[in-house]
Design a protein around this ligand. Sequence first.
Ligand SMILES: [Zn+2]
Length: 467
Amino acid sequence: MIRFFNTLSGKLEPFKPIVPGEVKLYTCGPTVYDYAHIGNFRAYIFEDLLKRFLVFMGYRVIHVMNITDVDDKTIKGANAEKVKLQEYTKKYTDAFFEDIQKLYIAKADYYPRATDHIPDMVKMIKGLLQKGYAYKKDGSVYFSIAKFPNYGRLSKIDLKELKPGQRIESDEYEKESANDFALWKNKKEGEPFWETKVGPGRPGWHIECSAMSSKYLGQTFDIHCGGVDNIFPHHENEIAQSEAYSGKKFVNYWLHCHHLIVDGEKMSKSKGNFYTLRDLFNKNVDPYALRFILLSTHYRKMLNFTFEALEQASSSLKRIKDFLYELKNRPFEEGQNKDISRLIEEMNQIFIGGLGDDLNISVALTALFEMIRKVNILISQGKVYRKDAEKLISSILSLDNVLAVLPEEKEETLPSEAMKKIEEREKARAEKNYELADRIRKELLKQGVILEDTKDGVRWKVVKRKE
Ligand SMILES: [Zn+2]
């Protein structure tokens, strides 16, 4: 059984998709006005873990992530740089796709862009006007929150605080200023606009997600994710617009991940603790370690990013990699040990059970490292055989379909001459003939073979040379 904490009910609920075996998932995507920072990536990695786990459990996942390429922030950014909106957002959209690839985030099935879906938004706004949930004022269209009695259910907002009839212009605002919000913003000097049936202007941010999610996933779908920042007003408004328009429940499960902080403090540019992915890669941070750190704290807990924690993540990953290396390269005797199959089975159950329990990653990872620890003891006692090693390798690689923290396993073959050279070099090193050893190392490097000396002996890696 899989269960998730649903922000809407405030409870853990068993997960039951609308269509058995199929999950329709919508995750709020980037607003492409700047490079995404690691706080954004925390959310994208949590969503990736969720999706990979559901796929691992046999579900067909249909995943939509929007690209917000017109809103208050993108317009402001484009105007500040005196470039066209499209030109401005293209740069950050391209950067976003580069970034998610670097973190091994599985691609969504659809990445709809807001500017490609203006007619879908206008259709919804027209419908809301006809049904009396929306009204026009000075060329803009607003959603009347007083007309939607369920307003505030997701964010648990105090409805007594609401001031019906007052309006808010900006896309983002605090709970205290919950008012009628803009679905459509009247054409303004210095802003891009579209000529439409609701007048010239441009959409508000919230209607974009309502229109694009229902277009690709239907009016009711299974899971909607985002960061806790999105709960109010963005997701609250999405529910209001969508349900008022369709008369149906919008989303069954709302999952939100908590903030990321850096060195115990809120990330901010002025404090110098603000990191984009690019900033970290410029510091030679290993993408796998970064991915590992972003996924290894439970999504509903605050994640404290530190460089120390990043090092710990690297060494945790190294334990898995060393283990795999050992299993692949040690000359195990023929045969098998039933205890190993039992250990794998136990670990799998706890790993899957942990993730099935509202994505409890800590339980899952502890089970994996505990198995590695136990098997290492058995290896040192000579109680692991060839069949066991094969089973262990395939079980870890299978779980990596969920975690995606191990470098892609490629078949590596080393020509026998290179093998001979490695042996020669080992001999030279043993005889303290470092000059010769170094010469051989360089020769091999020219052939694309990288050597790494470890306390357990030399390791090699073949790199494909660029043509
Ligand atoms: Zn959204």
